[in-house]
Ligand binder design. Structure first.
Ligand code: SF4
Ligand code: SF4
Length: 183
């Protein structure tokens, strides 16, 4: 199926249709397009293995955000105090925080910035990273809420794709790690 994009209207229509294109109805469809801007989305839609598609989307979304934020001093840390005057910033209670910063690559965290940052910079939101539309509805909700977890744990939540299991797994991780920090 060839996706023809000639203008912004076509592009917006395509983004709206991704929820159908990612579904089982298009499991045997090979997508093509005349537009370079959507080539990564087309590539993701052509990955028919669910786990491999999630892996690809995750990596591409992280790369897009990292490249966009490259060379910007968003949180402006000085002596470990951030722009919002919080020591160690949002990561202060996270078990993934190491001596040199975050020790993992959490997509949910990459999409979050407080109002102090947003007032100063345009940052990418979930809606801006269009490739995330290739994820199922459940996985889009999980991506918006899975803070403080390791990349591998977040990917596991996406593979399972169940909101109920996600909530239990998330609460379990928070409780266990709070206990570990107290010991
Ligand atoms: S997002 Fe805001 S609160 Fe979090 S580390 Fe950056 S400046 Fe601090
Ligand atoms: S997982 Fe998130 S909260 Fe934890 S250290 Fe990394 S960026 Fe900070």
């Amino acid at each position: 199926m060839k996706i023809i994009i000639n203008n912004n209207d076509d592009l917006e229509k395509f983004y709206k249709k991704i929820k159908y294109y990612r579904s089982i109805l298009f499991i045997f469809t090979k997508f093509e397009s005349n537009n370079k801007d959507i080539e990564k989305i087309i590539y993701a839609l052509n990955i028919k293995n669910r786990f491999k598609r999630i892996d690809y989307i995750y990596e591409e979304a992280c790369n897009e955000i990292d490249n966009y934020n490259k060379n910007k001093n968003l949180c402006n840390f000085k002596n470990n105090i951030c722009r919002n005057k919080v020591k160690y910033g949002c990561c202060r209670k996270c078990y993934n925080l190491g001596n040199k910063g975050c020790t993992t690559s959490n997509l949910t965290c990459k999409l979050f910035f407080c109002s102090k940052v947003c007032d100063k910079y345009k940052v990418l939101t979930f809606e801006d990273v269009k490739i995330l539309k290739c994820l199922s509805f459940n996985n889009q909700v999980i991506i918006k809420h899975d803070f403080f977890t390791k990349k591998e744990e977040l990917l596991m939540d996406l593979y399972v794709g169940s909101m109920t299991i996600f909530i239990f797994r998330y609460l379990y991780r928070v409780i266990i790690h709070r206990l570990i920090r107290k010991i």
